[in-house]
Design a protein around this ligand. Structure first.
Ligand code: IVH
Length: 664
């Protein structure tokens, strides 16, 4: 046995060393075949002696754990975000603010790329990896340990043997890996990810960790939480590097704002050549000793700022303009482009919004156009490049008929958009079904747009009611191309589960015009049951805070259509819950119910606790103070929101005043 243990340890040490060289340092010391052979040998030995498998074995990086859901995890210290700077002037202001707080001190900055991924917190206990948690709302994150474990550049054990070590950083997908995943998704008829960040987010939230393992997530670490240990940020980074974490190599100490700006321009010039997406640069004071002196606002530290890059603009040829039909029948025009690299991804389509947008800019097929892509936003055509040949191209004329069902398009008074008003337009129906099953609505997994189209074409579903009849056709569904037994079983399970959703999800899913997620919730909280909503008249609806005449009319009109009333009956017959299941609005207090609150500063419990409490009383909690705010609940060290509320004469409540008010 002693021999076996030694052998296993030997294999593990080698794999750890080679893995670090390959995944962190980017300079392999053995070839892939040797690595794979050694890993296989380790796994075989571990299979033979399962009692010798340790949590930090390199074999644990392959995933395989399947979760039901991710647990919430409270961060030991909130995960803050950063204030933004967009130009040099913002940087100078940032520096002036610092100087105000720490006269006479000499300080340096540390300037590093802002990785466009997802923040992650890694916790190690006694040198062993313990947990990986997402940012979440900053106070509570999601415990995604099983997925983080599969990230090859994150060590499962570290030299630092402290009982609690927390390190924060950014999980990302390389540009190459992103393109690879999207290509594969395209072949599988799956929807493609808009950018590497979305793909990384989708991967980190996969319940099956072998999917995460197969997608090659990566992570840069940039924040060692125990600042007592070091004097400077740069020292802490060297320490992280020594402990085998991946540290970005473009970071630099800068002695003045001038130098900071120079390094920002340098990083920006490297942006296109990098293997990962960055969306700006982070500037931090390098000296830890000054952090507490410089301090924090409610949301972000004052000792750091994020310099955001402007959206990238490129020129390419407009090959064609094609319309698409949305769920509501709205027509969107799209540009088919000569493929062009922009912000790290290949772009071949961009939005042109509506007909007016194209006509006002005189955009013509065959000409050159400027396009821009900013963050999450879909690439957009900004303007044509007009040269002497431009006017030889044909002027573009808007479509008059629906590209799908050919019915005449209409324009609603006062709106710029054209609509297909044929309620039987196949595209509208399919898009409506897609909306119904989407995550914020009924959250039915396994019904991608491609599958919906297939089920629609094969007449399995024609409206949302039919989704709940699919269980009668299990065998027929299994026969359909690309469905298979497992995916059909999963789909039917997910459909069954959705029956017990709370009313607001169903109500949002119905796709009533002007009823977004928020409005659906307001209606559900106020009326509790779909039959109550369906029988209500315009005036009663409009009386509700947050419901205006447009929404009220749209809701009344919807229930008046016989087909819709029948649909509700069908859904009830199929056993769908039509009641509100939350406890918002379950309590009543004249002083609070229907009032709007802003919460700021540090309270005795996380802000979410107070938010949920307020919502139980049917109060609304919003982010920004305005004239419409009724109360500001202010904790310790409240900043700009408190100032603004004072200026606007809004009633300010301390935590104890608030608790007294509700009698708790
Ligand atoms: S430092 C106290 N450094 O950008 C905040 N953040 O709003 C410490 N990010 O949520 C953050 N690269 O997810 C820092 N080199 C970097 C970063 C970085 C990306 C993200 C981070 C944060 C957001 C800032």
């Amino acid at each position: 046995m002693k021999n076996i243990i030694e052998k296993i340890n030997n294999l593990k040490n080698n794999l750890n060393k080679w893995g670090h060289a390959y995944y962190v340092l980017d300079s392999p010391i053995v070839d892939d075949a040797e690595y794979d052979k050694t890993l296989k040998e380790l796994i075989e030995l571990e299979n033979q002696y399962p009692e010798l498998i340790t949590d930090d074995s390199p074999s644990q990086k392959v995933g395989g754990i399947v979760m039901d859901k991710f647990e919430k995890y409270k961060h030991k210290l909130p995960m803050l975000s950063l204030a933004n700077a967009f130009n040099k002037e913002d940087l100078l202001n940032f520096n002036d603010q610092i100087k105000k707080e720490i006269e006479n001190s000499d300080y340096n900055f540390f300037v590093e790329p802002k990785i466009d991924g997802l923040s992650i917190s890694l916790i190690y206990n006694n040198g062993k990896f313990f947990k990986g948690v997402t940012r979440g709302d900053g106070i509570y994150g999601e415990d995604v340990t099983s997925n983080v474990k599969t990230i090859k550049s994150i060590p499962l054990s570290i030299e630092d043997q402290n009982d609690y070590v927390e390190i924060r950083g950014e999980v990302f997908l390389s540009k190459t890996e992103f393109e690879k995943i999207n290509k594969q998704r395209q072949t599988n008829d799956e929807e493609i990810f808009a950018n590497p960040r979305n793909a990384a987010a989708g991967t980190l939230r996969q319940l099956d960790s072998s999917i995460a393992a197969s997608r090659k997530l990566d992570a840069f670490l940039y924040y060692f939480m125990d600042r007592e240990k070091f004097h400077t940020h740069s020292e802490s980074l060297s320490y992280l590097e020594k402990m085998n974490f991946k540290i970005n190599d473009l970071g630099k100490i800068c002695k003045s704002i001038e130098e900071v700006y120079e390094h920002i321009l340098y990083i920006q010039s490297q942006r296109e050549n990098l293997e990962y997406e960055i969306d700006g640069v982070v500037i931090k004071i390098n000296d830890f000793d000054l952090y507490e002196k410089v301090g924090y606002t409610a949301k972000s530290p004052k000792w750091a700022i994020a310099f955001k890059f402007p959206a990238e603009v490129k020129t390419t040829k407009l090959k064609n303009i094609f319309p698409t039909v949305g769920r509501t029948g709205r027509i969107t025009y799209n540009a088919l482009l000569q493929p062009v690299q922009i912000a790290g991804t290949t772009v071949q389509a961009a939005t042109l919004h509506n007909a007016d947008f194209i006509i006002q800019r005189d955009i013509r097929i065959g000409g050159e156009v400027k396009i821009k892509k900013a963050g999450d936003i879909i690439p957009e055509v900004i303007a044509p490049i007009i040269d002497e040949n431009y006017y030889k191209l044909n002027k573009w004329i808007e479509d008059t008929n629906c590209p799908i069902c050919n019915s005449l398009l209409e324009r609603v008074e006062g709106e710029v958009d054209q609509y297909c008003i044929n309620s039987q337009c196949p595209r509208k129906i399919v898009r409506g079904l897609e909306h119904f099953v989407s995550r914020d609505a009924m959250n039915i997994e396994g019904l991608s747009i491609k599958i919906i189209e297939k089920l629609f074409e094969n007449k399995f579903i024609e409206n949302v009611g039919d989704i709940y009849k699919l269980n009668k056709y299990k065998n027929e569904l299994i026969q359909l191309d690309k469905m298979g037994e497992k995916s059909v079983t999963n789909l039917l399970e997910s459909i069954e589960k959705s029956k017990s959703n709370s009313l607001e999800k169903l109500f949002f899913g119905l796709g009533i015009r002007h009823v977004g997620k928020k409005t659906a919730k307001v209606l559900a909280v106020n009326f509790k049951e779909i039959d109550v909503i369906s029988n209500i008249n315009f005036n009663e609806l409009e009386e509700i805070n947050d419901i205006g005449p447009i929404v009220a009319k749209s809701v009344c009109d919807w229930f008046e259509i016989k087909q819709n009333a029948d649909l509700i009956k069908t859904l009830k017959n199929e056993g769908l819950n039509t009641k509100y299941l939350g406890n918002e609005g379950s309590k009543n207090n004249d002083k609070i119910t229907m009032k709007s609150f802003v919460i700021t500063g540090t309270l005795s419990k996380p802000r979410n606790y107070f938010k949920e409490m307020l919502e139980e009383y049917g109060a609304k909690v919003i982010d920004t103070v305005s004239k419409k705010t009724d109360f500001l609940l202010a904790g310790q060290e409240a900043g700009s929101k408190l100032e603004k509320a004072q200026k606007l004469g809004i009633q300010i409540l301390s935590e104890s005043e608030f608790l007294e008010m509700i009698g708790e």
